[in-house]
Design a protein around this ligand. Structure first.
Ligand code: CA
Length: 225
């Protein structure tokens, strides 16, 4: 079964390029040219991933994200045109999984798409994982802190998942960028992005926050016991 991708983008030439390249990779591609049509297509097609432009007619990318997140955890990759939009994507808890800034290379975009789809399929058959008072259900994207559910953004969840998988070992910021953001060296992502997400994750882990340890000059690790 090919994976279905929904592309919501009002620039027709870009939409065409995206469709062509994604179909070439074997994905089934559904397109929409404004936010409302995109939302209707989302509900109808239940895509495995959404590629979402920010500035859209009728309903913009931020509103789209919020509407989708009310009842779905489907991954969303934002296509942003301006630095200010990137700040909003990162700063607000919109629930977007990742972003690329325009103009982006097709190669970079395909790498991100692959990384996101790989992560979401990895989680599908796993049993809940525990670390002390933390319980992480990889299938349902649920995290419990001492029995109480914590509302993590998609990125915070992936960050926690990658630290759990390291089984107590420290990961460098670069390793985390690679695993959580699908980073490769050609991409321009600041390692401070990792620190910002770690800070937010610690906040949400409340009484278990101390498990997430800063390892000086290296990165981070998660204490398992
Ligand atoms: Ca646009």
């Amino acid at each position: 079964m090919p994976r279905t991708l929904l592309v919501v983008e009002d620039e027709k030439p870009l939409l065409k390029v995206l469709r062509y390249n994604l179909e070439k990779e074997g994905y089934r591609v559904v397109c929409a040219e404004d936010g409302e049509a995109g939302l209707a297509a989302f509900r109808r097609e239940k895509p495995d991933l959404v590629l979402l432009d920010v500035m859209l007619p009728k309903l913009d990318g931020f509103e789209f994200c919020k509407a989708v997140r009310r009842d779905s955890r489907a991954p969303i990759l934002m296509l942003t045109a301006r630095k200010a939009e990137v700040d909003r994507v990162l700063g607000l808890e919109l629930g977007a999984d990742d972003y690329v800034t325009k103009p982006f290379s097709v190669r970079e975009l395909l790498a991100r798409v692959k990384a996101i789809l790989r992560r979401t399929s990895e989680g599908r058959s796993a049993a809940p994982v525990r670390a002390g008072g933390l319980e992480v259900d990889l299938e349902r994207y649920e995290v419990r802190v001492r029995g109480k559910e914590a509302a993590l953004s998609a990125k915070e969840f992936e960050l926690l998942r990658c630290l759990l998988k390291a089984d107590g070992r420290a990961l460098t910021r670069e390793q985390i960028l690679e695993q959580v953001w699908g980073y490769d060296e050609s991409m321009d992502i600041d390692t401070r992005t990792v620190d910002q997400h770690v800070a937010r994750l610690r906040d949400k882990l409340g009484p278990e926050a101390e498990r997430l340890v800063t390892v000086k000059n290296v990165g981070y690790r998660l204490k398992a016991d």
